[in-house]
Design a binder for this molecule. Structure first.
Ligand SMILES: C[S@@+](CC[C@H](N)C(=O)[O-])C[C@H]1O[C@@H](n2cnc3c(N)ncnc32)[C@H](O)[C@@H]1O
Length: 195
């Protein structure tokens, strides 16, 4: 029986999230650098998947910070945990579509990569992101540009979010968003501050 959850990244394709070539178009060092993650921060990574970015985030927050790695699909969290024995600065947490088991204002920064286009209710989802951030906390959100070539990786264009629309959704959830910037050949990053 298939375990696929409609609209969500298919678990059967989980190895694609860790493909060798991905380093060329979603370099964790470059993207985590651009997100402003540093020592001692409490970071919630929403939709962490198999942990492509998680371990790089953990490296940056050590020795005092914490990474809460959340995903709606617990099997993704299992893959992440199996990658390494020593991950005491990472706490994996299953979550709901728009519901995170974190207190209000619990984290300094939310890292959100390649997830918003899978969200059934992006506005409600971003309001939950807003809730868990402390006042003045930061959001770093990465998404796919529209594909110019059929052969490029990622979801079909019909599932992608235009940068202007993502920017609008982020501001509507109560953030002050910075201008959209490109990262790598296929993605854009929007950084925002909780008002
Ligand atoms: C395309 S994968 C990206 C995983 C990871 N961020 C990366 O870039 O490698 C999207 C992930 O987001 C999760 N997801 C989708 N909607 C979600 C939601 N509303 N809340 C939390 N996680 C969600 C999926 O289960 C999946 O693991």
């Amino acid at each position: 029986m298939s375990t696929h959850v409609a609209g969500k990244f298919n678990l059967e394709n989980a190895p694609r999230l860790d493909s060798k070539e991905r380093i060329n178009w979603n370099n964790p060092v470059e993207i985590v650098d651009a997100s402003g993650i540093g020592v001692g921060l409490r970071v919630a990574e929403i939709g962490c998947g198999t942990g492509w970015f998680t371990f790089e985030i953990e490296k940056r927050v050590r020795p005092r910070g914490m990474v809460y790695a959340l995903d709606m699909q617990p099997a993704m969290l299992q893959i992440l945990r199996a990658k390494r024995e020593n991950w005491e600065r990472i706490l994996t947490l299953p979550c709901g579509e728009n519901e995170f088991e974190l207190d209000s204002e619990e984290v300094d920064l939310v890292f959100h990569a390649n997830v918003l286009h899978e969200c059934a209710e992006p506005e409600a989802h971003l309001r939950e992101v807003h809730r868990v951030l402390k006042a003045g906390g930061s959001l770093a959100l990465l998404e796919w540009h529209w594909a110019s070539e059929e052969s490029q990786p990622g979801p079909p264009n019909t599932q992608r979010l235009e940068p202007d629309e993502t920017h609008r959704l982020i501001e509507a959830a109560g953030f002050e968003a910075e201008p959209v910037r490109d990262v790598g050949p296929f993605h854009y990053l929007i950084k925002a501050t909780k008002k």
